[in-house]
Design a protein around this ligand. Sequence first.
Ligand SMILES: *[C@@H]1O[C@H](CO)[C@@H](O)[C@H](O)[C@H]1NC(C)=O
Ligand SMILES: *[C@@H]1O[C@H](CO)[C@@H](O)[C@H](O)[C@H]1NC(C)=O
Length: 416
Amino acid sequence: MGCQASRRILLLLATIVVATSQPPPTAAQTASCADHTFSGGRLYAACSPLEELDASVHWTYHASNGTADVAFRVPGGSAGWAAWAINPSAVGMLGANTVFAYHDPATGVVAVATAVVDSYTPAFADGDLAFAVHRRGAEYTDGVYAIHATVALPGNSTRQNIVWQAGTSSPDGLPESHQVFGDNVMSSRSWDFRSAEAAVVVDDVPAAPRYSVYRALLRPKNVRTYDSLDHHILDFFTWENLAGLCVQIHGVLNAVSWGVLLPLGVMLARYMRVFPSLDPAWFYLHVACQCSGYVIGAAGWVFGLTLGSPAKGALQHHGHRNIGTALFVLSSLQVSALLIRPKKTVKVRFYWNLYHWSVGYTVVVLGVVNVFKGIGILQPDQKYKHAYLGAVLVLAVVAFVLELVTLTVRFKKGRR
Ligand SMILES: *[C@@H]1O[C@H](CO)[C@@H](O)[C@H](O)[C@H]1NC(C)=O
Ligand SMILES: *[C@@H]1O[C@H](CO)[C@@H](O)[C@H](O)[C@H]1NC(C)=O
């Protein structure tokens, strides 16, 4: 603890020093990108490593006609995609004039496409950008995408907002959502394509140290701050933190409710009611379990919606989201059906039961499936995955044993 605190303070100090002096990348850092040889004999006058996503940018600026040859190298999986963009209108994803590289599923070849990202769920179609693109191409070697293009710098300005990104899946050739926290929301810079030796943009905005301090506190490993101040502090705050926090809250609430409480409530009803002495205790326990599961699950669902919609950089996980919404609708039906439950003696009660059970079991199955889907999307620490798997296994084993026990009880009753 104390060690951590002193590390923080050191980092803080280091950050203030770095932020106020803004040194260019060291020769060694530049060398790590300068060593790279591009295919086709392409050469670039300058390069700079980018800390986020282990990317690097290479460029040659032609002052005579306001164009720049730009290449990005971004590591990524062969099932995924990578991209870089110039955003002429804002910082971040919306408005990014993007050059994408992805594996064409038909041919397996790396293809390149250009598109303007105009929403958080963009429709990707290879099209024109706000500025001229004279040449473009992409290749994939040793797990690294290299995407190059010659562009007319918007407004004939050497100073541009650049963004880069990588995602893990492009199932039908189209990029699918990338993570919405960590490097994936930090990967943007204000860039000066004119400076040939270093990509540092030193600005006179006095907020520099403040921003950097925040950044160091929130993400201690990332001390170096070569980026300029076009980053929005607020932007950063909202997304790095809010998204991360929402992801965690969403995960916990939903795993507890849909993933544990609702199946547990069903088990209580199914197995306790076999024993007459537990009537009506089972009913109250069942209602308590399902109602609290419903309330917690609804809260988790709402958190989930905030992750999928305006989240910076978040495209959507449609399957997971749709199942989530179906769960909410079905369980709302269940809760309201409780209010119109016919008396046990009435004949329609049979149909009500049929309805109640089928919707109930559907919710349980979909709930557990969706929690696993969510775990697959979030890729949390293994221990969370194992904890949930453990909980489900325990429930399953208990259900299996109780199933046998209650079967025996029912059988004996039948014989009497
Ligand atoms: C821009 O100028 C450079 C030389 O300065 C030249 O190599 C390049 O072809 C020009 N690009 C366009 C699109 O005219
Ligand atoms: C871009 O600006 C440079 C000077 O910075 C000028 O020499 C050049 O002609 C301009 N190019 C265009 C296409 O406007």
